[in-house]
Design a protein around this ligand. Structure first.
Ligand SMILES: Cc1cc2nc3c(=O)[nH]c(=O)nc-3n(C[C@H](O)[C@H](O)[C@H](O)COP(=O)(O)O)c2cc1C
Length: 185
């Protein structure tokens, strides 16, 4: 029988019509048997401030940490801003990384990304991978999901209509399921 795999996902984009958030919703609908994907939000994470931290971690940060800890894997969908990850996503990661018990250490994780340009967030994804080294996130290496020309692959309702991309995402999710299973062993 297929073991269950619970994935917690975060989009680095806050905008309503985000291609990256849409890509996560596509993952939800394409998830293989046994895999459940919940999408969280970084929208309410305040700007990191060590003085605020000294008064106690914000509830939103603690809530995100608990959901990451409870999940079998963490899935990021990152936009590319100026060849890197958006500050909003980095800020959320920075908060979470300061918790006494890091939710990231040893956690299986994966990255997808969508942009309108041809590179499909590749440069941002490599920055996120680098950040993950210090956090001890265990990122899946392959396949890399670089969704370029996003405006041609999603419709105006945010549905992923490009069939080859849907198939590729399906394969990626199977690889993520195997990655979690490998870590369990
Ligand atoms: C501040 C900023 C910087 C950007 N820099 C890049 C970039 O370096 N490379 C790229 O492909 N797209 C870049 N873009 C365009 C984004 O890829 C595009 O806005 C994309 O739709 C953002 O993802 P979202 O749809 O999930 O919000 C940038 C957009 C913004 C707002």
């Amino acid at each position: 029988m297929q073991e269950s795999v619970n994935v917690f996902a975060l989009s680095g984009s806050l905008r309503q019509g985000s291609y990256n958030s849409a890509a996560l919703r596509a993952c939800q609908s394409l998830a293989p048997a046994g895999m459940k994907i919940e999408i969280g939000s970084i929208a309410d994470v305040p700007l990191y401030n060590a003085d605020v931290q000294a008064q106690g971690f914000p509830d939103v940060v603690q809530g995100l940490a608990a959901r990451i800890q409870a999940a079998d894997a963490l899935l990021f969908a990152t936009p590319e801003y100026n060849y890197s990850v958006p500050g909003t996503l980095k800020n959320a990661i920075d908060w979470l990384s300061r918790l006494p018990q890091s939710p990231f250490a040893g956690k299986p994780a994966a990255i997808i990304g969508a942009s309108m340009g041809p590179v499909g967030t590749g440069r941002a994804q490599y920055h996120l991978r680098q950040i993950g080294v210090y956090l001890d996130l265990r990122f899946l290496n392959r396949p890399e999901v670089l969704i370029g020309s996003a405006h041609e692959r999603f419709d105006t309702e945010g549905r992923l209509t490009h069939e080859p991309t849907r198939e590729f995402l399906g394969k990626f999710l199977l690889a993520l399921r195997d990655w979690v299973a490998w870590h369990r062993r």
